[in-house]
Design a protein around this ligand. Structure first.
Ligand code: ATP
Length: 502
């Protein structure tokens, strides 16, 4: 069966992965909470990234900068002036839309434009516009041949067209304003004064922290070019239309790394190396290669300072969307901060005896987007025998052992046999010092396996009569995806976990 967002959202809620924020008050659009299992999965994604990106590399160091920074940071970076999305107001419904997510098409009958239709971006925008055009023609009793619609987004609409395009909220023509730039930074005030001098911003990205602390790291961190500074942390964007569950939210978490290189370095080669690294890392946490693709931003759409940006795209149920952006940014950011602060950001390169402002390659990814991609790829429905051997539907999350919230479940075959539960509890106590383990002695064993399948636990070990009656102290090891069972000793179990959970 196809993974649908409805199935995923239902599972995420039912099993305590993701809740709507402030749900008892009706929720707050664009904000989410991670429940007991979600918080574990998210932490594992973060930890894998941090281990692979920082601890296991000799050329990357970590940083945790503050969320609220000096407002001049965001002036220098260009965010105050330019971190905007095009916004459209509906004057009648008072709703707001992102212009590039709102589509329209002229209704053309016998080569004449007889009206306009609009639709919000969806998996089938053109189909919806076509249906709306047919409806329009029928309602107005217009005769003639309806031409296929050509969908454009509202940023491409001419003012005289906007006056005729019906609002997607009310259907009334003439209720939309032309697009205007809407800044997505959240504002707050620092200190007791509530005037313009106290305005500050919640950071819309973590990257500026690395630029602003560049000198501090160079002066204290025994780093030499090329080297990177990495950070994981919350970012905030007042998205006009948060949607697709946790894909686009207003509070989210980023994992970013700025890789500083020599001004004469082969940036294209370095860029490609980081694209490959990111792709391989995604595969290492279990994303299937078949769901990944690359999108190279066309040169004419790049910011003037940018040398190239490649996005790693993921095939979500709602379409192929950006997961990870890898940008070659030249030395724009450090130069901007040098100019705005008056503090030189130059680096003295010992081998070449040159002084210059380093260039940078920036891989930037959202933890929540990886979380969603991982759930989408892992969600599987298949069949398994029930208690009586009859086949029934099974929901299984095929999560990589690297990120699964629970690595191993310990299950005594029977709850009321002390020899079994004692051995099980001893094993559980030993396991949980090193791995996220779970102890469950409630209900039929098949049911317990099913519960672990649904939360993605790669292995269950069952302590049964063979464990206590036969020599060797072995358990039944049950593997999640194949449901195969075998016998294993405690030492072998630890060796297996040690190999697969890293
Ligand atoms: P988009 O075009 O989807 O808005 P972007 O190109 O603005 O994203 P970047 O500024 O490059 O995104 O941010 C880097 C990464 O941060 C993105 O690749 C994405 O994984 C994540 N991200 C950005 N905005 C959001 C958001 N609103 N919610 C969740 N994750 C986000």
């Amino acid at each position: 069966a196809e993974t649908t967002m409805d199935n995923l959202v239902a599972l995420a809620k039912r099993r305590g992965f993701v809740f709507q924020s402030s749900e008892i008050y009706g929720g707050l659009n664009g904000f989410f909470d991670y429940g007991p299992l979600g918080v574990e999965l998210k932490k594992n994604i973060r930890d894998c990234w941090w281990n692979d990106m920082v601890r296991r590399r000799d050329d990357v160091v970590g940083l945790e900068s503050s969320i609220i920074m000096h407002p001049k940071v965001w002036e220098a970076s260009g965010h105050v002036a330019g971190f905007t999305d095009p916004l459209i107001d509906c004057k009648v419904s008072k709703q707001r839309f992102r212009a590039d997510q709102l589509f329209f098409a002229p209704v053309v009958v016998d080569d004449k434009t007889v009206g306009y239709v609009s639709a919000l971006e969806s998996e089938n925008t053109t189909g919806e516009l076509q249906a709306a055009a047919e409806n329009f023609k029928r309602k107005k009793a217009i005769q003639g041949q309806l031409a296929p619609v050509v969908a454009k987004d509202m940023t491409e609409a001419k003012p005289e067209e906007i006056a005729l395009i019906p609002s997607p909220a009310t259907g009334e023509p003439g209720s939309l304003t032309p697009p205007r730039a809407f800044n997505m930074m959240f504002e707050t005030y620092v200190g007791p004064m509530r005037d313009s001098s106290a305005v500050a911003y919640l950071r819309p990205e973590t990257a500026q922290g690395m630029f602003v602390d560049f000198k501090n790291v160079v002066d204290t961190g025994r780093v030499k070019l090329p080297f990177g500074i990495a950070q994981i942390g919350k970012s905030f964007r007042n998205e006009i239309t948060p949607r697709n569950f946790i894909f686009r939210s207003r509070e989210f978490e980023q994992m970013e790394m700025e890789y500083f290189i020599h001004e004469d370095a082969d940036w294209a080669k370095c860029h490609q190396e980081w694209i490959d690294w990111c792709r391989n890392w995604l595969i290492s946490i279990g994303l299937p290669e078949s769901h990944l693709s690359f999108f190279s931003h066309p040169k004419e759409k790049l910011a003037f300072y940018s040398k190239g940006t490649v996005d790693i795209m993921f095939k979500y149920p709602f379409g192929v969307q950006e997961l990870w952006g890898i940008a070659a940014r030249g030395n724009y950011d450090l130069n901007q901060h040098a100019q705005a602060s008056g503090k030189s950001q130059e680096y003295f390169d010992e081998p070449s005896k040159k002084r210059f402002v380093p260039h940078v390659i920036e891989p930037a990814v959202g933890v929540d987007r990886i979380f969603l991609a991982v759930l989408c790829a892992a969600y599987t429905e298949d069949e398994a025998p029930d208690e009586k051997g009859k086949m029934e539907k099974r929901i299984v999350l095929k999560l990589s052992p690297r990120i699964a919230p629970v690595k191993v479940a310990v299950l005594p075959l029977l709850k009321n046999k002390e020899q079994l539960t004692q051995r099980a509890k001893a094993l559980y106590a030993k396991l949980k010092r090193k791995y996220a383990a779970f102890y469950d002695d409630g209900g039929a064993i098949g049911r317990r396996y099913r519960r672990q399948d649904e939360i993605g636990t790669p292995w269950c070990v069952t302590i049964d009569f063979d464990t206590i009656e036969k020599p060797g102290d072995t358990f039944t090891l049950r593997e999640r995806d194949s449901m195969k069972q075998s016998r294993i000793t405690e030492a072998e179990l630890f060796a297996l976990l040690d190999e697969k959970v890293y």
